[in-house]
Design a protein around this ligand. Structure first.
Ligand SMILES: Cc1ncc(COP(=O)(O)O)c(C=O)c1O
Length: 467
């Protein structure tokens, strides 16, 4: 092989040794240098290519390390039989480049929480107390369902605040709803056919649409899931967000709740997955008890998370499994360790045990309620061009825009003004009837001091004028 053909690029980002290494490697892989061929000595090649011996040394070392050549003492470097090597060539173009997350001037994404009211001092105290030799046992693996101490706290919290009936033995922890849901799907087995809300939580769409033939979208209106439509499908498991439908914000009416439970009771093995993700935050009227609390026949799998009540990055969610399922769970999944770090479980358990979780929720409820009031007041100035819905609970609401423009146009206009906001269409899998454009306005992460300016900026960006 003619080494003079080596296309050296002095100004390339890739160092010279790497260019040479790649050139020789490719020649070996393509058979231009054969097994047993001797490579020029380092000194000779350095002279020949007018490169330093160190550069040649580095290239040869890399080839040696990867097994393309071997070195025989006092004889030199020889090409190896590369068929014996497991060649995994990854083209640069195949490597998915990490996308930079765009940073927006204003962000109405529904997953964001208020950052300024997190109890950092307290959390730090619990973390500091815990990371101590005294607790060295925590270095070992804990219970596969999550440590009892936290499950106990969750169980009593759920009973008091959501009317959920459980024992700690029925609770499983996971690092997020998105961790627990696939597990539930595996637990419910191949025969399950899933109903999911349309519009709905993108994760549920993503999961259930992986098995499109085994899932059906079910419409949602301002009373929540349209159970009558569910009754006309072959679904056996229904995933719902009754406390605050994601993303429309509707709260499931009492009659729909009993209708949904009645649907589940009609056949054995019908289940409801109740995702109660942001139920801690209800601003009008009495808290609505969970479906699980109403269930008399062990047909509701209750699912919730600390992502809204504490922080999404904590990655702690939990499910309360009905008794027959927890038996199956224990039999099937006992060999899987808990996915939540034990130290985090303990910090949270102690935080709850000492009553801080309840206090934090009360504080946050007031904060989000206040944010919502400012938003509502600011938006009032744009009525009737905009109407609000889904604002009784949670940290997002739905904004209907009375305009000729399409939803995508509005989202694009907002983006041009460096504002992140999603349209309802993003949450729809199967087209539903044409309606006015709707924007999902997450307000959890908005800064208190400038919420009204934020709303005015959004309205200006999407070209909605004061009334
Ligand atoms: C409907 C719904 N369920 C659950 C979650 C939380 O998911 P995770 O526990 O994976 O953070 C969210 C988002 O915050 C959600 O919108």
């Amino acid at each position: 092989m003619d080494f003079l053909m080596f296309p050296l690029e002095k100004n390339s980002n890739s160092p010279l040794y790497e260019q040479l290494y790649k050139f020789i490697k490719d020649a070996i892989v393509q058979g231009n240098i054969k097994e047993g061929d001797k490579l020029p000595s380092k000194r000779k090649l350095a002279d020949y290519l007018d490169l330093s011996q160190t550069t040649i040394e580095l290239s040869y070392s890399q080839l040696l390390a990867e097994g393309y050549i071997n070195s025989e003492p006092r004889r030199g470097y020889f090409v190896q039989n590369i068929e014996e090597l497991a060649l995994i060539e990854i083209e640069d173009s195949q490597i998915v480049k990490e996308e930079k997350t765009p940073s927006y001037h204003l962000d109405f994404s529904p997953g964001r929480i208020d950052e300024d009211s997190f109890p950092f001092t307290l959390w730090r105290k619990y973390a500091r107390d815990l990371v101590h030799e005294e607790n060295k046992e925590l270095l070992q693996l804990g219970h596969p369902q999550g440590d009892y101490i936290l499950r106990q706290q969750i169980s009593s919290y759920l009973y008091q605040s959501r009317g959920v009936k459980s024992t700690p033995e029925q609770i499983i922890l996971g690092s997020g709803t998105e961790q627990i849901m696939p597990l539930l799907i595996r637990l419910l087995g191949n025969e399950a056919v899933y109903g999911y809300e349309n519009p709905g939580y993108p994760l549920s769409h993503h999961l259930f649409l992986e098995h499109e033939e085994k899932s059906v979208p079910v419409r949602v209106d301002d009373e929540g899931l349209v159970v009558q439509e569910l009754e006309n499908t072959n679904a056996t498991v229904m995933y719902v967000t009754p406390s605050h439908q994601f993303p429309t914000g509707s709260v499931m009416s009492a009659s729909r709740r009993s209708q949904l439970l009645a649907w589940a009771y009609q056949h054995e093995k019908r289940y409801i997955i109740e995702d109660d993700y942001d139920s801690e935050f209800r601003y009008t009227g009495k808290p609505i008890p969970s479906l699980q609390g109403m269930d008399q026949n062990d047909r509701v799998i209750y699912l919730s998370t600390f992502s809204k009540s504490l922080m999404p990055s904590l990655r702690i969610a939990y499910a309360v499994l009905p008794k027959p399922l927890i038996k199956q769970y224990k039999a099937k999944y006992y060999y899987y360790s808990a996915t939540v770090p034990r130290m985090d479980q303990y910090i949270l358990a102690k935080f709850m045990e000492d009553g801080h979780f309840g206090k934090h929720l009360n504080k946050m409820r007031k904060i989000y309620k206040r944010k919502l009031e400012i938003i509502t007041k600011s938006l009032l100035e744009y009525e009737p061009a905009v109407t609000l819905s889904g604002e009784q609970a949670g940290m997002h609401l739905l904004l209907t825009i009375h305009t000729q423009k399409k939803e995508e146009e509005l989202v694009a206009l907002a983006q041009q003004a460096n504002i992140q906001i999603y349209g309802l269409n993003k949450y729809i899998t199967f087209p539903i009837e044409e309606t006015l454009p709707k924007l999902v306005l997450g307000f959890g992460g908005l800064e208190f001091s400038n919420i009204s300016t934020t709303i005015h900026e959004l309205m200006k960006a999407i070209k909605i004028k004061h009334s």
